[in-house]
Ligand binder design. Structure first.
Ligand code: UDX
Length: 476
């Protein structure tokens, strides 16, 4: 596609090919577009359609498609982590994206030749190769991690200081960082814990993208000031050249379709089901474990039983292609009690529906923000990556949720499956009238208001985005 004329300022956005990393950057694209900035999103062919669907109302957002590189260990046709057969393919997938460097360089070169270089490139943390390329063109790179400030600060500090847990308590202290909870090694992403293993290709990859990260011009943070008080400057201290972390979220609140009454839910039976439950405000639990976590069928059996036993109404999105409810569960699950969906749903619209009163979540950062920004408390069940840290923030830091406790392990043999009893107990705690649920609901309600004010005109995130754009425009 020919580069556009340069009269209108342009931003290039290069998301990592995973739902949880791409969606917030599409929200950012829309926010920029509504401020009369042209946006060019770089992606690969099989991700293009869903991106175009998201941004179709914005004529000043366009796409450039780069072929996804073929690489050992990445099944042909997989261009998004949600298409990978399992998490084992994640590392080769990450490495394969490095081969996009040359094509990315050509994109910027074309822009240079047509005198339409962008104000900046916003690219994912995993796409570290974009940093030296941007630098060679004299373009600021803003890095996007898809996480809140506190989890990022903990990961950075743990990576740099490699702290040893206290041998008695297992607690971890990070120099200079005051935490609202006690940190243990099990809260850290396993890639961070294994970071000293220099033979591990993933550690090497993270070291590489981490170097590129700290040399970036700035960081785009999907969070808002009131959620991150006192930590932003600590986080910024890991960056070179005075890079600033720009808190401009929750980005999902820039998704203009959320409040549209008749917006499709991506699955008509969900909309119908929710409509039928509209009269019972806050009575339904939404259950989803995001776009990446592998949840075994044995674990799904326990989740199903836990939900049925809790007595709470629910909508449950199951991604497994092999699982279906066992017969005894089917018998107990009439349509009024629960809905199980296997296709992609429009989570944001579901969460903003009046019937939803809680979210049983893996605590991906987008899910956390999408839930809290509409005042829905969370039953936290972290599964991978930085999700345990997100869960800590939600439950122990913000008090806007309760935790699924890994007690009463099913099978009794330490097989790592959380029992239906623990799940059912958590659901009743969150959705019930007890102290924990009541207090989590109230905190989530208050935070929802704070989050919405942050992105409204005059709010902290609104002002920060304007300030960022002004600074970028002054640089040109
Ligand atoms: C990944 C990481 O695992 C997470 O820890 C990190 O913070 C972001 O990336 P992911 O599993 O993708 O997380 O979860 P999440 O961050 O919650 O993002 C999922 C996105 O997909 C959300 O925006 C959610 O609304 C959307 N989604 C998910 C749907 O719209 N429909 C679905 O059916 C499932």
């Amino acid at each position: 596609m020919a580069p556009r004329p340069s009269t209108v300022p342009q931003v290039v956005i290069f998301p990592f090919m995973a739902q949880g990393h791409t969606l917030p950057l599409l929200d950012l694209s829309k926010a920029l577009s509504s401020k009369q900035i042209n946006v060019t999103i770089i992606t690969t062919p099989s991700n293009a359609k869903s991106i175009l669907d998201h941004v179709s109302k914005h004529p000043n957002i366009r796409l450039i498609e780069l072929p996804f590189p073929t690489a050992d260990g990445v099944p042909r046709g997989c261009e998004n982590t949600s298409q990978l057969p399992s998490m084992e393919y994640h590392a080769p997938f990450l490495m394969a994206t490095k081969r996009l460097r040359k094509p990315f360089e050509r994109v910027l070169n074309d822009m240079k030749e047509s005198q339409s270089l962008p104000l900046c490139v916003v690219s994912d943390f995993f796409l570290g190769f974009t940093q030296p390329v941007c630098q060679s063109f004299g373009i600021p790179r803003l890095v996007f991690h898809g996480m809140g400030v506190l989890p990022m600060a903990i990961c950075k500090a743990s990576w740099v200081h490699k702290p040893n847990p206290d041998p008695d308590s297992g607690h971890i202290d990070l120099p200079g960082l005051k935490l609202p909870f006690v940190l243990t090694a099990s809260d850290l992403p396993h890639e961070v814990v294994n970071s000293s293993d220099l033979n591990d290709p993933m550690s090497q990859f993270l070291e590489e993208v981490g170097d590129a990260d700290v040399n970036s011009w700035g960081v785009i943070v999907n969070s808002f000031e009131d959620l991150e008080l006192g930590r932003v400057s600590y986080f910024e201290s890991f960056y070179k050249n005075g890079a600033r972390a720009w808190c401009i979220g929750p980005l999902n609140l820039h998704d203009e379709d959320v409040n549209t009454q008749n917006a499709p839910f991506g699955s008509t039976n969900v909309m119908k089901w929710l409509k039928e439950h509209e009269s019972r405000s806050g009575s339904v639990l939404y259950v989803s474990f995001g776009s990446q976590a592998d949840v075994s069928d044995a674990q799904l059996d326990e989740v199903g039983l836990g939900l049925v036993e809790s007595g709470v109404q629910f909508i449950w999105v199951v991604r497994s292609t092999t699982w279906s409810p066992p017969n005894d569960m089917k018998e107990r699950l009439d349509d009024r009690r629960g809905l199980i969906v296997s296709d992609w749903v429009d989570q944001r619209r579901i969460l903003s529906h009046v019937s939803i009163g809680g979210f049983l979540s893996h605590c991906g950062w987008n899910s956390v923000l999408e839930s809290l920004s509409v005042g829905v408390p969370i039953l936290a069940w972290p599964m991978m990556a930085e999700q345990a840290l997100n869960a800590r923030v939600v439950v122990d830091g913000l008090g806007a949720g309760v935790r699924v406790r890994n007690q009463g392990v099913a099978g009794g043999s330490g097989n790592g499956v959380v029992s239906w009893k623990a799940i059912s107990k958590g659901v009743r705690e969150l959705m019930g009238e007890g102290e924990k649920g009541t207090s989590a609901r109230e905190r989530a309600r208050v935070l929802g208001g704070v989050a919405r004010r942050a992105v409204e005109e005059g709010g902290s995130s609104y002002k920060t985005l304007d300030e960022l754009l002004q600074k970028l425009q002054c640089q040109c």
